[in-house]
Design a binder for this molecule. Sequence first.
Ligand SMILES: *Cc1c(COP(=O)(O)O)cnc(C)c1O
Length: 474
Amino acid sequence: MSSGNMREDALRSIPSVDLAMRHIEERGLGAVAPRPVVVRAVRRALRGIRETILASGDDAPTRDAMLGRLESEVAALRLAHLNPVINATGILIHTNLGRAPLAPEAVEAARRVGETNSNLEFDLATGARGHRDALVRDSVCELTGAEDALVVNNNAAAVLLALNTLAAGREVIVSRGELIEIGGAFRLPEVFGRAGATMVEVGTTNRTRSVDFERAYCSRTGALMKAHWSNYSIEGFVERVSAGELVELGDRYGIPVINDLGSGALIDSMLLGIPHEETVAESVEAGVAVSTFSGDKLLGGPQCGVVAGRADAIGRMRVNPLMRALRPGKQTLAALQATLTLFLEGDAIERVPVLRMAATPAARVRERAFALMTRAGERLPSLAHADVVESTALMGGGTAPEAGMPSYAIRVAPNSGSAAELARRLRVAERPVVARTAEDAVFLDLRTVRPEDEDEMLAALLGALEKGMDDAAV
Ligand SMILES: *Cc1c(COP(=O)(O)O)cnc(C)c1O
């Protein structure tokens, strides 16, 4: 038979949308997404199959291959949903995994204002229009010593708003050693451009002194800026200008200092077993006009950006028209307020999940790992070589990039199949688990797994391993 005829046959054997949908339903995949979305995926898959056939020479896909492709395109919809996953990576604040898990109080607060109306911009005492961040403002000021505060959608927005408000059409002096890029294409030099400010770089990659800033100062200077290193470190012959030194210079010339703190420590990070991070209070105390930080890093709250600082600077930021585009939603504000309340009540380390995970003694993590192995019983050792090993967890989220914290992981080397395949199966499990792979084993670091998720993680692990045995037997 000529390849032309084979193509014709193959094209004729492409199932209709109706038939394909029936096949999908028989496979139990009909409900992985709303029906119109499933139909859409089926049409897309059928179109793809048609194109493949038209492009192929002698080897048109078999009908089984067509159905397989159909199934995998539809099955992929389940994973495309925003789903809760178990973070077994050992990276506490994992940006790709949604950063900080919220405290139950924060979840409840977001639910309460989400399901009904609220006084978001309504002053209940006077009946007049109010400000959406009035409550949060007092809490941030109390926790940081700032005169005023405001909240935007994330820290990138906070930096953009600060630069635009204080330095649009003017120059901002910043050290060459601090021109950071954060994951997801936040590059400080580009943010300057979008904010309408001109960046003036001073010093060198490893050493910048106060006098470098002073030499670059001129009548066009609008602000001095400092940024946290976040995701890198420079070792060796290093010199940086402190917030205090910049404030001294700024005060002399009457220009504000912007300090992008990144992770936003409200408490001393040494309490969490990692090196000291400049706290927001320290930055405020140094006299910085505007300190910016994320709500979902070390603060352990929802995604947002918080700005704390001097009343004049923050007041100007509040009336910047950009503020309207950057303002956070009511559920974000509710969750942030509830998280700040935990700090104000003095027991954030026990009650804010990210802080609790960091502060858990390594011995306790080890106990949990062994207890989980015990609960796994005989099933686990029959499917894989598994043991408890020391591991190193990281804070993540731009906090102490070099400082590991002692942790423990369950190391699983499957009897059949590769570690990479096991890791993949864990990711596509009913409750996905994201783990680390190394040395042909999967490592499940218990420090970042919530105790209440341990049993589901175990079920996913055993399920993934058993599936491997079945496939190997076929
Ligand atoms: C994380 C970080 C940002 C970006 O914060 P988002 O909340 O992700 O927008 C900006 N600057 C620094 C120094 C950071 O660490």
